[in-house]
Write a protein that binds this ligand. Structure first.
Ligand code: SF4
Ligand code: SF4
Ligand code: SF4
Length: 267
């Protein structure tokens, strides 16, 4: 796997959320309604959504530390998997690769939610029908799926999140070089973090977000061997959908029904 990638170095992340804010700004996305403890510890908003393409998760590590509670923090977004489950199951072929990045073409999307349910990292989200009026310059429509596109739509040379990280915890560049850098960081920090680990080198034949974790992937909720979709079944569902969708008059609501029937027919 060659080309560009991100490197997330959790040993350097201070949880400032500049990446989160820069992503909102460059993608012209509205804020979420949040509460102080929206997610685990200080994670806020609670998770990725159709209007939050990257966020910072806080993990509780030691709340009883005498010097004050200790947390781990990690920047999260679409991993842009080489063998992407979302792409394999989309019945509309609305998901494709652009220079290696996994992107969604909302003009083809019918909001069936297949990508949402098959992404093991819970990344893409179909925007609720009632949440389409934000007064944005760029139209964000209900019943369409959204996620990070690595700023391909923004045509940035360096994606906004990486360009605005003040600590160097989020880098962007050639994947091969970033992998070497990640391994050097691990060697350097192993004394301080004996269980330091790397995530993204092999999962789904390689992710375009490589993460250096201070502890094991399981501690961060990342599966070491994530489940790949059954390709034969996914193709059978798509074939059935192609036939059924001929009778849907191009209406997304009927297409969603056709998709549900196709999926139930194939078990
Ligand atoms: S992380 Fe999820 S949404 Fe992103 S490419 Fe992989 S399967 Fe698709
Ligand atoms: S919601 Fe359905 S049609 Fe839209 S991108 Fe996801 S899988 Fe494809
Ligand atoms: S901008 Fe950098 S340091 Fe700040 S939360 Fe994001 S990854 Fe961490």
């Amino acid at each position: 796997m060659t080309g560009k990638a991100f490197l997330v170095d959790t040993t350097k992340c201070n949880g400032c959320r500049a990446c989160q804010v820069a992503c909102k700004q460059w993608n012209n996305l509205p804020a979420e309604k949040t509460s102080f403890f929206g997610g685990p510890e200080y994670t806020n908003p609670a998770k990725l959504s159709a209007i939050t393409f990257n966020h910072v998760k806080f993990f509780p590590v030691d709340r009883k530390n005498p010097g004050g509670p200790i947390w781990e923090m990690m920047h999260l977004k679409c991993n842009h998997c080489e063998e992407a489950n979302c792409m394999r199951v989309c019945p509309q072929s609305a998901i494709s690769k652009m220079d290696g990045w996994v992107v969604i073409d909302q003009s083809k999307c019918i909001g069936c939610g297949a990508c949402e349910s098959e992404c093991v990292y819970q990344v893409p989200h179909v925007l609720d029908k009632t949440r389409q009026m934000y007064g944005l310059k760029k139209s964000i429509q209900g019943e369409k799926s959204y996620k990070c596109d690595a700023c391909t739509a923004n045509r940035r040379s360096v994606p906004a999140c990486a360009a605005n990280c003040p600590t160097g915890a989020l880098a962007y560049g050639d994947r091969d070089l970033l992998l070497k850098k990640a391994k050097a960081v691990m060697n350097q920090m192993r004394g301080k973090y004996p269980r330091i680990s790397l995530y993204g080198e092999t999962q789904f034949s390689g992710l375009r977000v490589i993460t250096v974790l201070k502890d094991t992937p399981e501690k961060y909720g990342l599966p070491l061997k994530p489940k790949t979709v059954n390709v034969e079944k996914a193709e059978a569902v798509r074939d059935a959908y192609q036939l059924l969708s001929l009778a849907t008059f191009g209406l997304p609501s009927l297409k969603r029904v056709a998709y549900r029937i196709s999926r139930s027919m194939m078990g």
